[in-house]
Design a protein around this ligand. Sequence first.
Ligand code: ZN
Length: 353
Amino acid sequence: MPTGTYLKSSIWNGIKKHVHTVNDNTKWLLGSGHSVSFWLDNWLDEPLAVKFNFLVTVYPLLKAKVASFIENGEWILPATFVNHDVSIRDRIHEITLPRQPMEDRLIWCAYNDGNLTAKQAYVLLFPTQQKLDWTGWIWHNFVPPSSSFVAWRCFQNRMPTDENLRKRGCVVVSACDLCLSQSETTPHLFLTCSFANNLWKWLGSILHIQFNCSSFHSLFESFDANWSAFLTNIATAAVLHVFHSIWLARNGIRFSNAKITMHAAQSKILTASKLSATLAPGLSNAAEIAILQKFQLAPRPAAASSNRLVLWRSPIFGWMKANTDGSVTNVSAAYGGLFRDHTTRFRGVLHKN
Ligand SMILES: [Zn+2]
């Protein structure tokens, strides 16, 4: 029943701000052309009114439908229009008109089938937020959950440091137990405190890298991309053990008045990392032996290819047999060969590095 009052739509307000998105991403697939505006809808590459730079003020006057320019399945374009821009005429003639009666269809340009599902619309409007890729750095079956948990809480800023307790109204005065020179925040305690900083420097020197301590992400991003899977796993474990050690050192002072020395913290981290290495998967590179030795770990080279038995037969009478071989690495190459006659007598050798 018609009413004199205007009822505000709760849905339209939300939709209308996306009208442009829909216009920009859709195109009409012509059927009969009865539903498609010749000038204003996008059925070519862009609306013709836009192509011809018509003033927006004349848009309401442009009421012609595409159907008005089709007769018996053929285009009938006005001569003035055709002569204005031949390329547009050609482009229009490229459009295949249906032979059978068909409805016009608005299709979504970005997808092959022209359909837009609710999921695709959501992805379009809310592009994937930065994936929680850091969780991949933290949870591993070769690292005790207690160590991973500290790092996980740091990434989420959920450690019960003074700063976070203060936010809940629990702590008024704060001093970092490890350096006594700053108030305790999570980034300070784990990244910039002198105690933490010394540990990151020490671990960096072992791994031959420099840890970027500006954020929890940047610590892991400091890893060398050329590391083998094995060394990457050990470095990951070591970093997580550093987090755990810092937290234990802080709690030791705060709750048990037991100060841990830098040396003791380092030994603890090395022992825990060595234990993690026994469970960690992956193989190492030859270039990593020195780093692995600092963790007191044996290298884990890729298995050598299996041996194959080759039987040597002497050549027939009057012939000489030459057996050659060579090998190459990225820094060196060598080859060699042996000559034997039909009596198997050694007749010569060649070799070169
Ligand atoms: Zn501190």
